[in-house]
Design a protein around this ligand. Sequence first.
Ligand code: S3P
Length: 171
Amino acid sequence: MSGKNLIYIIGFMGSGKSTAGRKLAASMGWPFIDLDRKIEEVALKTIPRIFSEDGEEHFRKIESEVLRKLDNTKKTVVSTGGGTPCHGDNMDFMLQTGVTVYLKMTPGQLAKRLLDSSGERPLLKNVPDESLPGFIEEKLAHREKWYSKAEIIVDGLSLNIELLGSIVNSM
Ligand code: S3P
């Protein structure tokens, strides 16, 4: 795999990054890291609390620091947060240090998946259900310019983990 040890799974909130990352890691026999959980370990509080007590800017600072402190000497699958590639120069950093995989979904698919869990997500908790599809459409359109830089872009809904593993391995 082109001498790079890290596989970064990127994509919008609700696109299944953690589930796919965990399955990909298991199929390749590699360890798995969820960047959001790592941030919570470092900050000693949950992501909703970081947002409410310290603000988004502080969250983005920790997110960039934790991303840069990952051990890139060991083969690892890393699932990122939905906003990770879109802040600072995180996307360029990931392109340089690993293989990036974008789990792509349409706004409609994401809205369906996020309706039940939007209350747990700091960026969605104040968005009324009826405004959620429009909010997702706008945010995804804005974020697409970072997501689309990924080396591998796959349909998040019809994901074939074994196939993805072999594509990543062939790079
Ligand atoms: C965020 C997505 C979240 C988490 C934080 C911010 C975003 O991760 O990192 O709430 O900006 O899209 P998930 O994509 O796992 O929900």
